[in-house]
Design a protein around this ligand. Sequence first.
Ligand code: GLY
Ligand code: MN
Ligand code: MN
Length: 436
Amino acid sequence: MKKQDEFGRRRRQLMKDIGRDGIAILPAAPVRHRNGDVHYEYRQDSDFWYLTGFGEPEAVAVLIPHRPQGEYVLFCRERDPERERWDGSRAGTQGAVKRHGADDAFPIGDIDEILPGLLESRGRVFYTMGLHHEFDQRVIGWVNGLRAQAKHGLHTPQEFVALDHLLHDMRLYKSRPELDTMRRAAQIAVAAHRRAMRRARPGAFEYEVAAEIVHEFHRNRAGPSYQPIVGGGNNACVLHYVENSAELEDGDLLLIDAGCEYDYYASDITRTFPVNGRYTPAQRAVYEVVLEAQLAAIDRCRPGHHWNEPHDAAVKAVTHGLVHLGLLKGKVPKLVKEGAFRRFFMHKTGHWLGMDVHDVGDYKVGDEWRVLEPGMVLTVEPGIYVPKGTKGVPKEFQGIGIRIEDDVAVTRGEPDVLTGELEKHPDAIEAWMQAA
Ligand code: GLY
Ligand code: MN
Ligand code: MN
């Protein structure tokens, strides 16, 4: 399927939901200033990209179902040879129509004159409030301007409707082309983790290992989907450790949580392996508990199971394992009920994954957990963390932080582990590291 067809299909689906009386307005992501004349790397807003495939800033997409002169209007920057010499090429209004599927396109500078006319005959404005504050004010201004003229008999918008609610439900179900892209993002991250496993050794620094990962992303036309976490020894117990500055020590584990974004889709993988290539008995014992929990959770990623079932399975396995290791004392069902595991496993077992690493989509419908369906993609990432100095814990377990994370697509059949090629069993990891 051509990519343009996919964007068009999404616009048509959304317009069906919006109906004849509605209009949807989406701004492109703003350029974000870093310092001096420097900006952060530009990344299009995920919702905007999902519907348009248009990667430029200073653009606004408008969808107006059943408008005879065209349903998809794109406001964008005009061509400008002088500016393009500095900043690179632009599609311009002609390119927006010819190459990006817009029915009509206007210069972004003309939006104040044109947009009120598009709003005029519509009752409901579908818009995501609160995301782009400056743009919120402009949308309110256009609508209020029309309302002020309502006494002249104009039909004006009466209602704002949360666009993200509709759109995010669409984004939760990944199409075949989206799954193909996510599989590629997963493969690139698998290669990056393999490379990191072979680069790590006592005396190397966390940032050197991080550099290997990022190198592998970039050589595959991808970039980090979030700041990589490369935590040796006790640093692995800091859940969002991104400093990546310490020297790796013989006898420690290294936890790497790193994924890439490829063509707007994210992967998100964690592996934990021994810096010197061999797990100690204590490390291996904890690792096997996390692995068992992760496999049990993955097995729950099937249609008809609800969102929290993988987490429940992981919690049960982790609690059972912690009792077995002597880190918790008592009966498993009671400890689960009391939440005793939270001392060592304090996060949830996963999140939706897609264009955003923590992707959009509701986890509950009303008061009930969402039921998993084919096309949904989630991460499965239980962990056990025993920081140094944890009271009542034998020395050999202290300074161990282990998480194992894979990306799983729900299918009609078996869970499809997109990142499943990456070594995960301790023997396989040791073998991979030794073959270096
Ligand atoms: N890397 C962020 C997460 O695992 O949720
Ligand atoms: Mn994750
Ligand atoms: Mn992660």
